[in-house]
Ligand binder design. Structure first.
Ligand SMILES: C[S@@+](CC[C@H](N)C(=O)[O-])C[C@H]1O[C@@H](n2cnc3c(N)ncnc32)[C@H](O)[C@@H]1O
Length: 226
């Protein structure tokens, strides 16, 4: 029987039973060098938006096998990788072995419950929102605000339905599967107004939303009260 999209733990554990499957579902390839290069691109975007500072505690929602954490952790005080899938976290643990400032945390799929209020400087999530229901995207934005310190920064991204390549993703999914046969993790796009609305309703200040490479929408903001 097909799984429900919102049953994230079951869906993502079943997609990451082997290292190869996990790497493929995270990125579409298994090449470690490409992983590294792509992670550097992600970190460049974080530097341009929320900034990366040596005394920052960073938290990633949906960290997968630690693609970003492995490259980012030397530049920050602590990197906390949260994921719904115990399989992903096990693989992340192996990839990040020996890095001194790493914490891996399994979460329910709907919140950041094990993380204390006002304890983190930056929360980010990348290549994850397309796999979540809209309500769960927003719930994670609210959770990010809870765990951020006053003045803390938040970043998120998704495929932009208003971009040419984003529209192609939409059409590929629409035409590629019969309605009853859509995979639970199938990508669903966002738009700049959606990300703007979520960040604004969650109470972030200095909200910015932008498009990139005719494919991505990304947004970032600051928790007020510093
Ligand atoms: C496409 S991978 C991206 C991984 C990582 N962010 C990266 O860029 O390399 C999506 C990740 O999100 C995780 N995930 C999916 N639904 C989730 C949820 N509801 N809560 C937390 N993590 C989730 C999956 O287990 C998977 O590791």
């Amino acid at each position: 029987m097909s799984k429900l999209r919102g049953d994230y733990k079951s869906v993502w554990n079943s997609l990451s039973g082997s290292k190869r499957d996990a790497y493929l579902v995270v990125s579409g390839y298994t090449d470690e060098e490409k992983f590294h290069a792509d992670a550097e691109d992600t970190i460049d975007i974080l530097r341009e938006t929320v900034g990366v500072r040596p005394d920052d505690i960073f938290l990633e929602i949906g960290c997968g096998v630690g693609r970003v954490g492995r490259v980012l952790s030397p530049f920050v005080k602590q990197w906390i990788g949260c994921d719904v899938s115990a399989n992903m976290l096990r693989l992340a643990g192996r990839r990040l072995l020996g890095l001194p400032n790493i914490r891996l945390q399994e979460v329910s799929g709907y919140d950041l419950q094990p993380i204390a209020d006002a304890s983190v400087d930056v929360v980010y999530t990348t290549v994850v929102f397309m796999h979540l229901e809209e309500w769960d995207r927003y719930n994670y934005i609210l959770e990010a605000k809870r765990v951020l310190k006053p003045g803390g920064r938040f970043y998120c991204d998704n495929v932009d339905i208003a971009s040419p390549a984003g529209w192609a993703v939409f059409e590929e999914s629409r035409l590629g599967f019969k309605p009853q046969e859509r995979p639970a993790q199938i990508s669903k796009c966002s738009s700049q107004p959606e990300i703007q609305a979520f960040l604004t309703h969650a109470g972030f200040a200095e909200v910015h939303v932008a498009g990139r490479l005719n494919f991505w929408v990304y947004g970032w903001g600051t928790k007020p009260g510093a």
